[in-house]
Design a protein around this ligand. Structure first.
Ligand code: K7E
Ligand code: RUQ
Ligand code: CUA
Ligand code: CA
Length: 642
């Protein structure tokens, strides 16, 4: 296909996509299962271009200069290792929050404070320099966001990070032992036993890849020694409280509004090592965790530990949990290789999407509780609907009015389906029509989310489709294209495409939060930093052998020392306190040829440590434009020859 055939606004340009996606799948050996899937009604190419439909209503969603957005989008950054904040509906990017990556602007991974959070090896180097964020979720109170914290996973190096809602900076990172492919993550919404605790106290995460337990080089060829662990972290201390050994793997995680249940979809109940094995069973599962029972078991000492980890691990495998009345886990069978599990805002259901099945399964939580009470025949009886919605369903979001919106990766569509109608149809009502609307998206949607949709305050205003490809939607910028985040107005009966926003790889999941929920601070508190140079006059140089510590202050447009001397070979630590009190009056500190670059916000203190191995004059300069004399804001570091 020539470039000419891909001109923008050509409605037919979509048609090649469906074919190429299916061809790709056939190559992967998936065609057999999909051939059986019924193609949903309608033909993509015959529909009007979604772009044309959006043009008419465009102005309504503009955010004119000087106006603020209605929502924050708190987004994962995928294999960039960072998180991001955008505005909705404008799509403007406000901030990148470095988490598992190294960030030149802020000095994340450069300063001692950030290195302490990231973790270092004995030689002082960072333990990890890269990461892969997938899911970010906020802390809850009374079933909705309280704006305090956000948690994000690192799928790559098995970590969970916390981002503060007042500064939008990462303040803690925890390594989770004995897991790989640390994928799904979700905070709880209230305590499983104490009704007075109606806020987040735990964060759950699931492991996607089977590894030998422990993974120490033994048992690499003994699949029966492989396993996946579900982990619970303390929201406050960020310590791992306990883990559960499950059958199969875990992908996404969801939690119930009553605080009692967490669940994860499983696409590899086969415990397979290769993809043919992983898709051999007709059904996989959504595994539910009975949090209160797990914590009782831990308290009663019914756990083991794995390798050098001290974290208690309880056995949640099916054979050990056959009696519902004492079971820690409940495996609800759902069709082949699901991806995604999401809680409905009414607190009643989890939707678990089909991926290799053209269906979404709706699981009623009251029935899961019934199963745990021994009052339900089989786990499968927890499924109350399984509508056929289209090809490649991945993630589901809700509008708070009884409708679900599922992304269809292969069909490149969002499908809106009605929960009650789906339940009626499942019970045998042939007149029930669950699917109420579809809209094309461009192209291949992964995550979809709605504004406030993962809270009891789901407002049904916007749906965002996180598309994995943009192809021809934006000016080409080389072989790697931007991704498309497409904003869809879902307030009416029909979905309306409102805007395309490009995004750098790869946001995966995000949450849309009403702006009044977020309360950020304007400046730091100097007292929170033990090494703050509180009075610029207390600036000083302390020497201890060949260790030199420089206590430095900044106030526009100067550093408190015009110069400082160290000796070649010294280990130099610089503490820099920013004395400016005005919001947004941030200074930077860059040392040429020493690879040092970071910013200090108003009233904040940061530090760096390095070896002064190069003699000469080095102009430490302010990197962050702060004042008319910003360029003049410098200090001379003189490294004297030994
Ligand atoms: Cu949330 Cu992208 Cu990690 Cu689905 S996964 S698409
Ligand atoms: S100087 S604000 Cu950085 Cu070229 Cu101009
Ligand atoms: Cu200080 Cu620029
Ligand atoms: Ca499977």
């Amino acid at each position: 296909m020539s470039d000419q055939e891909l001109l923008p606004h050509d409605p037919s340009r979509r048609s090649f996509l469906g074919k190429s996606a299916l061809a790709g799948l056939a190559g992967a050996g998936l065609s057999v299962g999909l051939a059986a899937c019924k193609k949903p009604e309608g033909d993509n190419a015959a529909k009007p271009a979604a772009g044309a439909a959006s043009a008419a209503s465009h102005g309504k969603y503009d955010v004119p200069p000087g106006q603020l957005d209605d929502y924050y989008i708190i987004s994962s950054g995928g294999h960039s290792g960072e998180c991001r904040i955008y505005g909705l509906p404008s799509g403007r990017e406000f901030k990148r929050i470095p988490v598992f990556n190294i960030d030149c602007m802020s000095g994340w991974g450069i300063t001692n404070e950030s290195k302490a959070i990231l973790g270092t090896r004995p030689d002082g180097q960072l333990k990890f320099k890269t990461g892969d964020t997938h899911h970010i979720h906020g802390s809850y109170k009374d079933g909705t966001y309280d704006g305090k914290f956000f948690w994000v996973n690192d799928k790559l190096n098995a970590r969970v990070a916390r981002v503060r809602g007042d500064t939008f900076e990462c303040d803690k990172i925890t390594d989770v032992p004995n897991v790989q492919g640390h994928h799904g993550i979700f905070p709880d919404k209230r305590d499983p036993v104490d009704p007075a605790i109606n806020y987040t106290t735990r964060v759950f995460a699931g492991a996607e890849f089977h590894i030998p337990l422990p993974n120490n080089g033994a048992d690499v060829d003994a699949p029966e020694k492989y396993g996946c662990l579900f982990s619970c972290l303390d929201a406050e201390t960020m310590e791992v409280r306990w883990q559960v050994h499950v059958d199969g793997n875990m992908d996404l995680v969801a939690t119930s509004y009553d605080g009692k249940l967490a669940a994860s979809n499983q696409y590899n109940t086969e415990n397979g090592i290769h993809y043919e094995d992983m898709m051999s069973a007709e059904r996989d599962a959504c595994v539910f965790f009975n949090i209160a029972r797990i914590e009782e078991a831990v308290k009663a000492g019914k756990f083991t530990t794995i390798g050098t980890s001290k974290v208690p691990v309880v056995d949640g495998r099916a054979a050990k949990n056959a009696d519902p009345k004492t079971a820690l886990t409940c495996y609800v069978p759902v069709p082949k290789n699901p991806h995604g599990v999401n809680a409905s805002p009414d607190g009643k259901y989890f939707a678990c999407s089909g991926k290799l099945s053209p269906t979404a399964s709706l699981i009623e939580l009251a029935l899961v509780h019934k199963w745990f009470d021994g009052e339900l025949k089989t786990q499968r009886d927890c499924v109350v609907a399984e509508p056929e919605i289209g090809l490649g369903p991945l993630h589901t979001a809700f509008d708070g009015r009884g409708n679900a919106y599922t992304t269809l990766f292969l069909d490149s569509q969002i499908v809106k389906w009605n929960i009650d109608a789906a339940i009626k149809q499942f019970k045998g009502d042939k007149t029930a029509q669950p699917v109420v609307d579809r809209i094309d998206v461009h192209y291949q949607p992964g995550h979809g989310w709605t504004t406030m949709g993962e809270t009891k305050e789901a407002d049904g205003k916007f749906f965002n489709s996180g598309n994995k490809f943009s192809k021809d939607r934006f000016l080409p910028v080389g072989p790697l294209h931007a991704e498309t985040e497409q904003l869809i107005d879902i307030s009416g009966d029909k979905m309306v495409l409102v805007a395309d926003h490009p995004a750098y790889s790869e946001p995966h999941d995000a949450i849309g939060i009403r702006r009044d929920v977020i309360k950020t601070r304007q400046v730091y508190n100097m007292d929170d930093f033990p090494n703050a140079v509180k009075d610029p006059k207390s600036q000083r140089i302390e020497r201890n052998g060949n260790k030199v510590t420089i206590y430095l202050a900044s106030q526009a447009p100067a550093y408190s020392m015009r110069e400082f001397k160290v000796k070649q070979g010294d280990e130099v630590t610089i503490f820099l306190t920013n004395h400016d009190k005005v919001e947004d009056l941030t200074h930077g500190f860059g040392i040429p040829m020493y690879d040092i670059n970071f910013v200090v916000n108003p009233q904040e203190t940061k530090s760096v440590t390095f070896k002064a191995d190069k003699p000469g004059v080095f102009w430490c300069y302010c990197t962050h434009f702060c004042h008319a004399l910003h360029l003049e804001m410098r200090s001379r570091m003189i490294v004297e020859r030994r």
